[in-house]
Design a protein around this ligand. Structure first.
Ligand SMILES: Nc1nc2c(c(=O)[nH]1)N[C@H]1C(S)=C(S)[C@@H](COP(=O)(O)OP(=O)(O)OC[C@H]3O[C@@H](n4cnc5c(=O)[nH]c(N)nc54)[C@H](O)[C@@H]3O)O[C@H]1N2
Ligand SMILES: Nc1nc2c(c(=O)[nH]1)N[C@H]1C(S)=C(S)[C@@H](COP(=O)(O)OP(=O)(O)OC[C@H]3O[C@@H](n4cnc5c(=O)[nH]c(N)nc54)[C@H](O)[C@@H]3O)O[C@H]1N2
Ligand SMILES: [Mo]
Length: 899
C-alpha cells in the first residue's frame, strides 16, 4: 500500500513554500504570528522532494467532489483531481461564475490542504495493541503504562476479537453501565453497536454553544444555539451599525461569513468589535475595537442597559411600546402573576433595592470597557439606529454566563433590533453565519433508524473524568439538544471500558491531565481514529479509521443555500477501515443482528439522502417551512414549500444498484453527481428573504414565541432559573439576568478584588478557534503548522511588565497544568489577558508536568458552573519567560508509531 505515498510524492504538484505564500495572500489570517518561525525542514518536504512545483501542475485525471467534512463551520466545495488512483491536485468551486449575489462556495487553506492530511505519513496504518496490555482486567491491563508503552501490529481479526472479548467480559461482570462510549453524537456509528449490545454511558456538554445550549429555549429566544435570529444575508446592506460582541468569521466561519459583512461595509455601515482580541474580522472590516476582558460580558451589557435607561428621553433610545407588548418581567408593571414586583429586571439594573446600580462605572470595574464608552454605546445601540447586534457562542463559553443570552436578547428588544429590516439581535458564528432562515435546499435522511441506548445515561463533559475515577456525577437527562432535561439525580458508575468512537476528547476537552489518570484506571481503552491523537496514545487497542475520501460519499452543508454531495475519491489507505465496517464486524462477534445494525450499506444510504433531498419552491419558504416537508408515510407534502431536488430514473437506480423508485425533481441525479453541489441561485429581492422574529414583532399576542412559557421574551424566567439551578451545579441563577462572579474569571485573578491586590494567577486566557486548524484536526499538518504557528498572544504592556519579547518561550501555569508556547507580543489583545489558539496538540512531559505543545486544555480542569458549562474562555494563569527554545510545531517529528 505504501505505493500510494510513493505515487503521491511523484505526482505532488504543490510546493511547500509556494503554499505558504498563497496562504498568506489568500487569507487575512497570518497576522497572528505568521512571521514567528520559518521552518527549516518539515515532513511536507517529502511532497515537494520530487522536484515538482506549481508551475507544472497536473491537468490530467478525473475531478471528483471530495469531502471537506471537519467541524469548522465552513464545509465548502472541494474537488480532487484523481489520476491513477491518486489525488494529484485540488481545486474549489468553479461550477459557476462568482458574484456577490450567487457566490461560489470556495474552500479555505484547511480544505485545500486536505490531501496532505489524507496522505500524511502519520496516518494510522494498522490495528495496534499496546504491548503491556492483556485482556481480563486488573493487573493484566497494566494501566499505568498507558501513554508510555510500546505497540505491536495486530490483524483486524485479533483486534476485533480482543475488543469484543472485553466487551462481553465487562458486560457480564459489571453490566452495561461499565462502558463509557465517547461517541460524537448520540447516534454515532459506535452508539449503534453499544446500543444493541444493551447500552452505555454517553457524554454530553455545552461544548460549542456554551450557555446558548440551555438558555435560549426558556426565555423566548430560539430553540438552542441562537439559530433563526439573523435576517437573510441580503438584509445586511440595510444595516447602519454592525455591533460585534466576540465575532470572528474570518477565522471561524469559512465560506460566506466575512463576505456577508462586506455587504454591510460596502453599503457604508460602521463596525464595532467588543472583544478581548482585535481579531482578523475587525481588521478586515476596519471595525472600532472596544477591548473587553473575557467572561465579563454580562457586566458589560448590564452597564449598557443601565446607560440606555439613564439616557433615554421618552423613548429616544428605548422601544417602550415593544417592551410593553412583548417582554415579561422588564419592570414592576410587567411581572408574572404571583411574583414580588420588586424582583423585576429594571430595578435590579437601577439598584433600586440592592443599592448597587449596575451603571457604566460599576461595569467598568468588572469588564474594563471605559464607562464613557459604555454610555456612548448605549446611544449607538438605541432605536434610532439600524443595528445588527451579532454575537458568538464563544462569548458564552464562559463560566456563570447562564443569563447572558437572555440579557443580550433583552438589550436587543430595548433597542428595537428585532423583526425589522436592518435590525438583528443574532448569534453569528459557525455555519449559516449572518444568513439565517429555513434551509433552501437540504439532503434527505440516510434511511437508517436510530438505535436507542437502553441505559439512557449521560454524563456532562465537565464530569466525565471524575465519573471514570469513581466520583458522583449529576445526571440531568439528555441535554445536548436542550429540550429533554431532568432535575439532577446524583449517580455513580464503575467504568471498565473507555471506547473512543469519534472526536478527540482527551485533547479537545478540558482536563487532559485528569483524563490521563482516568484512562489509566480502566480495564480497556479502545480508540477508533485516523491519527495517533491523544485518544489513541493512551489507549490499548487502536483501530485505524479511514477518511471520508475513502468512503462511498455523503452530504454536507454550511449554509442554507447549498448542499454538497461528495463521493469516494481514493481507496482506503493502508489497512484503515470505515467505521460502519468496524461496527458490523464488532456486531458479528457480539452476536448482534446485522440487519438492525445496518440493514443496507453506504451506497443505499447515500442514494436515500439524494433521493430525499428537497429544495425550496420558487415561490419561497415561509417560516413554517422549517418543518419537515414530508408526511408521515414519507411522501412529499404537496402543500409544503419544498419540491424534490433530484429526478431519478429507473436507469439511475439500476446504475447505482440500489433500491428505489423513480421520481420527478428539479435536476437529474447525474447532474448532482457531476457538479457535486446544488446551490440556489439568489438575487436581491428574491422570494427567499428572511427577517428573524418578524411575525412576533408585528403582533406578539397573535404570534407567541414557542420558546417561553408566556409566549413573550422573558426578562424574568422562573423556568430558566429552576432548570439551571435544578441541574445541581449552582444555586445562584436568577430568573432575571444578573451578574454572577465567574469561576476562574477576572475577579479570581485577584487575591483581594476590592483592594486591587493580584493573586497567584493574575492573567486571564481566551482560547480562540484558529484559522490553521479545525479544533485539533489539521494540528499535525505541516504546511498549516508552518503558516499558522499558533502563538500565545501577550499584550505589549504585560510583555513589558514580564520582560517578554516576541519569540520568547513563555510558560502558562494554571491551577491544573502548565504549557509552553512562543510569545507574540501585540497590541491586539487586552492587557491582563493572553490568547491561546484552540486545539494545538499536547506534548506532555509527565516527569516535569510541562506540556511543550501549547495545548489549551492542559490548562483547564473540571470546574463545574451553571448549566454544566465548558467555560473555555474563563481560565486564569500566571505567565513567565522560560529560557528554552521551542522546536516549531512544523519541525517536530510526526507522531508515528513504531511497530
Ligand atoms: N480550550 C478549548 N477547548 C475547546 C474549544 C475551545 O474553544 N477552547 N472548543 C470546543 C468546541 S466548540 C468543539 S466543537 C470541540 C471539538 O472537539 P472534537 O470533536 O474532539 O474535534 P477535533 O479535535 O476536530 O477531533 C475530531 C477527531 O475525530 C477524528 N475523526 C474524523 N473523522 C472521523 C470518522 O469518520 N470516524 C472516526 N472514528 N474518527 C474521525 C479525527 O481524526 C479527530 O481526531 O472542541 C472544544 N474544545
Ligand atoms: N478555523 C476554524 N473555524 C472554526 C472552528 C475551528 O476549530 N477552526 N471551530 C468551529 C466550531 S465547532 C465552533 S463551535 C465555532 C465557534 O465559533 P465562535 O463561537 O465564534 O468562537 P471563536 O471563534 O473562538 O471566538 C469568536 C470571538 O469571540 C472572542 N471571545 C472569546 N471570549 C470572549 C468573551 O468572553 N467575550 C467577548 N466579548 N469575546 C470573546 C474571541 O476573541 C473571538 O474573536 O467555530 C467554528 N469554526
Ligand atoms: Mo464547536
Amino acid at each position: 500500500m505504501a505505493t500510494y505515498l510513493e505515487k503521491f510524492k511523484r505526482a505532488s504538484a504543490l510546493n511547500r513554500r509556494s503554499f505558504v505564500r498563497a496562504g498568506a495572500a489568500a487569507t487575512v489570517a497570518l497576522a497572528a504570528g505568521g512571521s514567528l518561525v520559518a521552518c527549516s525542514s518539515s515532513q511536507e518536504d517529502d511532497l515537494a522532494a520530487t522536484g515538482d512545483n506549481s508551475a507544472s501542475a497536473e491537468t490530467e485525471g478525473v475531478w471528483v467532489t471530495a469531502a471537506c467534512w471537519h467541524n469548522c463551520g465552513g464545509r465548502c466545495l472541494n474537488k480532487a483531481l484523481v489520476k491513477d488512483g491518486v489525488v494529484v491536485r485540488q481545486k474549489t468551486d468553479d461550477t459557476h461564475e462568482d458574484s456577490a449575489e450567487f457566490p461560489q462556495q470556495r474552500g479555505c487553506v484547511r480544505g485545500r490542504s486536505q490531501r496532505r492530511q489524507v496522505y500524511a505519513e502519520d496516518r494510522l496504518k494498522y490495528p495496534m495493541k499496546r504491548k503491556g496490555w492483556q485482556p481480563g482486567g486488573g493487573e493484566a491491563s497494566n494501566g499505568a503504562m498507558r501513554g508510555k508503552d510500546t505497540w505491536e501490529r495486530i490483524s483486524w481479526d485479533e483486534a476485533l476479537d480482543l475488543v469484543t472479548g472485553e466487551m462481553k467480559r465487562i458486560k457480564e461482570t459489571y453490566g452495561n453501565r461499565a462502558f463509557f462510549l465517547d461517541s460524537w453524537t448520540m447516534n454515532g456509528e459506535y452508539a449503534r453497536v453499544f446500543g444493541l449490545f444493551g447500552g452505555f454511558i454517553n457524554g454530553w456538554g455545552t461544548c460549542s454553544f456554551g450557555n446558548y445550549s440551555l438558555t435560549p429555549q426558556n426565555v423566548g429566544y430560539s430553540i438552542a444555539g441562537g439559530f433563526e435570529t439573523s435576517n437573510d444575508r441580503f438584509d445586511f446592506e440595510n444595516v447602519e451599525t454592525v455591533f460585534m460582541l466576540g465575532v470572528n468569521p474570518a477565522w471561524s466561519s469559512a465560506g460566506m461569513g466575512t463576505n456577508i459583512l462586506r455587504t454591510a461595509k460596502d453599503a457604508g455601515a460602521t463596525f464595532i468589535g467588543v472583544d478581548p482580541v482585535y481579531n482578523e474580522s475587525y481588521s478586515v472590516l476596519d471595525a472600532e475595537w472596544v477591548p473587553i476582558l473575557p467572561g465579563s460580558d454580562t457586566a458589560f451589557l448590564l452597564g449598557v442597559v443601565h446607560s440606555m435607561l439613564e439616557q433615554d428621553d421618552n423613548g429616544s433610545l428605548i422601544d417602550w411600546d415593544f417592551l410593553d407588548k412583548a417582554v415579561l418581567g422588564f419592570d414592576a408593571d410587567h411581572m408574572p402573576g404571583g411574583v414580588d414586583p420588586k424582583e423585576n429586571f429594571k430595578d435590579y439594573v437601577l439598584g433600586t433595592y440592592d443599592g448597587q446600580p449596575k451603571d457604566a462605572a460599576w461595569a467598568e470595574t468588572h469588564c474594563k470597557v471605559p464607562a464613557d464608552r459604555i454610555r456612548q454605546l448605549a446611544v449607538e445601540l438605541g432605536r434610532d439606529h439600524k443595528v445588527a447586534m451579532l454575537t458568538s457562542w464563544g462569548v458564552a463559553r464562559t463560566n456563570n454566563s447562564d443569563n447572558l443570552p437572555q440579557l443580550y436578547m433583552i438589550l436587543g428588544a430595548m433597542g428595537g433590533h428585532m423583526g425589522k429590516s436592518g435590525h438583528m439581535t443574532s448569534v453569528a458564528c459557525h455555519v449559516n453565519f449572518g444568513n439565517h432562515g429555513p434551509s433552501l435546499v437540504k439532503a434527505g435522511g440516510n434511511g437508517l433508524e436510530a438505535i436507542p441506548n437502553p441505559e439512557n445515561d449521560y454524563v456532562n463533559d465537565v464530569q466525565v473524568w471524575d465519573m471514570v475515577l469513581g466520583k458522583p456525577y449529576n445526571y440531568t437527562g439528555q441535554s445536548n439538544d436542550g429540550i429533554e432535561w431532568l432535575p439532577c439525580e446524583m449517580r455513580q458508575a464503575d467504568i471498565h471500558m473507555i471506547f473512543h468512537g469519534g472526536g478527540n476528547r482527551l485533547q479537545s476537552r478540558q482536563g487532559i491531565i485528569q483524563g490521563i489518570e482516568a484512562h489509566r484506571k480502566v480495564d480497556c481503552v479502545v480508540a477508533a481514529t485516523t491519527f495517533f491523537t491523544n485518544n489513541a496514545k493512551y489507549a490499548d487497542i487502536v483501530l485505524p479509521v479511514n477518511t471520508e475520501w475513502e468512503r462511498e460519499g455523503g452530504f454536507l452543508s454550511g449554509n442554507r443555500e447549498m448542499i454538497i454531495m461528495y463521493r469516494q475519491v481514493i481507496d482506503s489507505m493502508y489497512e484503515s477501515k470505515d467505521d460502519q465496517w468496524i461496527v458490523t464486524e464488532l456486531g458479528k462477534r457480539l452476536g448482534l443482528d446485522a440487519n438492525v445494525l445496518y440493514p443496507f450499506g453506504r451506497k443505499q444510504q447515500l442514494f436515500n439522502m439524494a433521493a430525499g433531498a428537497t429544495v425550496a419552491k420558487e415561490s419561497g419558504v415561509s417560516a413554517s417551512g422549517m418543518a419537515n416537508p414530508f408526511t408521515d408515510d414519507g411522501s412529499l407534502n404537496a402543500d409544503s414549500d419544498y419540491e424534490m431536488l433530484v429526478t431519478i430514473t429507473q436507469e439511475d437506480i439500476d446504475r447505482w444498484g440500489v433500491e428505489g423508485t423513480p421520481q420527478e425533481g428539479r435536476i437529474p441525479l447525474a447532474q448532482l453527481e457531476e457538479d457535486g453541489i446544488y446551490q440556489i441561485p439568489r438575487s436581491k429581492g428574491d422570494n427567499y428573504g428572511f427577517i428573524a422574529f418578524e411575525d412576533f414583532v408585528k403582533d406578539p399576542a397573535a404570534n407567541p414565541r414557542d420558546t417561553s412559557e408566556s409566549g413573550k421574551l422573558e426578562a424574568y424566567s422562573q423556568a430558566l432559573a429552576d432548570k439551571v439551578n435544578g441541574m445541581g451545579y449552582v444555586d445562584n441563577v436568577k430568573p432575571i439576568p444578573t451578574f454572577m462572579e465567574p469561576v476562574d474569571g477576572y475577579e479570581a485573578t485577584f487575591a483581594d478584588f476590592a483592594a486591587g491586590v493580584k493573586g497567584e494567577f493574575p492573567y486571564q486566557v481566551v482560547t480562540m478557534h484558529y484559522m490553521g486548524r479545525s479544533h485539533t484536526t489539521f494540528g499535525n499538518t505541516g504546511v498549516l503548522q508552518e503558516a499558522f504557528v499558533s502563538p500565545v498572544m501577550i499584550s505589549t504592556q504585560d510583555a513589558a511588565a514580564e520582560g517578554i519579547k516576541t519569540g520568547d518561550t513563555v510558560m502558562l501555569t494554571s491551577r491544573y497544568g502548565k504549557t509552553l508556547r512562543t510569545a507574540e507580543v501585540t497590541g491586539r489583545i487586552i492587557p491582563g489577558c493572553v490568547g491561546l489558539m484552540h486545539g494545538s496538540w499536547s506534548d506532555y512531559d509527565e516527569e516535569t508536568g510541562i506540556d511543550r505543545g501549547g495545548s489549551d486544555n492542559i490548562l483547564f480542569g473540571n470546574a463545574t458552573a451553571g448549566q454544566g458549562t465548558t467555560g473555555f474562555n474563563t481560565m486564569i494563569v500566571s505567565i513567565e519567560k522560560v529560557d528554552e527554545e521551542l522546536v516549531p510545531d512544523c519541525d517536530k517529528p510526526r507522531r508515528t508509531v513504531e511497530v
